[in-house]
Design a protein around this ligand. Structure first.
Ligand SMILES: C[S@@+](CC[C@H](N)C(=O)[O-])C[C@H]1O[C@@H](n2cnc3c(N)ncnc32)[C@H](O)[C@@H]1O
Length: 212
């Protein structure tokens, strides 16, 4: 579910690694410290890791390097093809999304970078409720993504992007489902997690939730 943006990724797949490397001026700030953000998510993950929205496999590569077992989920065939070739068969990347995916019996960490905003808030709530069935006490959800401290901060970011002439970015911020930290905090706490948020750049925060 939340697959309405897949066509965009079929298109973007070939130039995606250039974008994260800072080649697209509109998205430079979004991907500022990209490598550090992926490293930081990797540092927080342990055991059997379920990764959503693998993309071209940049986070997966780091998780595998750390010696973790990774089950990768990616809905875009073009992205999957690049990830599989980059990872040279070291793990399986299968079709699925944040809500509808082949369920492993049990996992220790559920991770994702730059992808959770493809779900509406209602879908996010449903996904988080489901993850509780896969994690034991002490298990973690670690997601890095664009999110805002308030709805007003989100609105300001759209205006700032427009004023800078970043019309693709402004459109993206307006049409995808960027949420707020208070919303995520409320949903995670209601589902029995202790959660903290760390800011990485003007857009991206790391959300780390531990199951109590
Ligand atoms: C911006 S890319 C991020 C890729 C990678 N995680 C990274 O950090 O570079 C977003 C990825 O999420 C995937 N995606 C889109 N909708 C999704 C959904 N509903 N469930 C899981 N992944 C989704 C896209 O196909 C794309 O590969």
């Amino acid at each position: 579910m939340g697959r309405e943006f897949i066509d965009l990724f079929e298109e973007w797949s070939k130039s995606y690694d250039d974008t994260v490397g800072g080649h697209d001026i509109e998205y430079q700030e979004v991907f500022k410290h990209y490598d550090g953000i992926l490293d930081s998510v990797t540092d927080r993950a342990f055991g059997h890791v379920l990764e959503f929205g693998v993309g071209t496999g940049n986070l997966t590569e780091r998780l595998l390097k750390k010696g973790l077992k990774v089950s990768g989920i990616e809905p875009s065939p073009a992205m999957r093809e690049i990830a599989v070739s980059k990872l040279s068969g070291k793990t399986e990347i299968v079709d699925g999304d944040f809500i509808d995916f082949p369920k492993p019996d049990q996992v220790d960490s559920i991770v994702s970078t730059y992808a959770f905003h493809h779900l509406t808030d209602e879908e996010k709530e449903k996904a988080i409720a489901n993850y509780g069935k896969l994690l034991n006490t002490g298990g973690k959800i670690v997601f890095a993504d664009t999110m805002y401290q308030s709805k007003e901060a989100h609105e300001r970011a759209i205006q700032d992007a427009r004023q800078a002439g970043f019309h693709n970015l402004a459109n993206d911020l307006q049409t995808e489902y960027y949420t707020t930290i208070p919303f995520l905090e409320k949903v995670l706490e209601a589902n029995g997690y202790k959660v903290n948020f760390e800011r990485c750049n003007q857009f991206v925060w790391i959300m780390e939730a531990e199951k109590l």
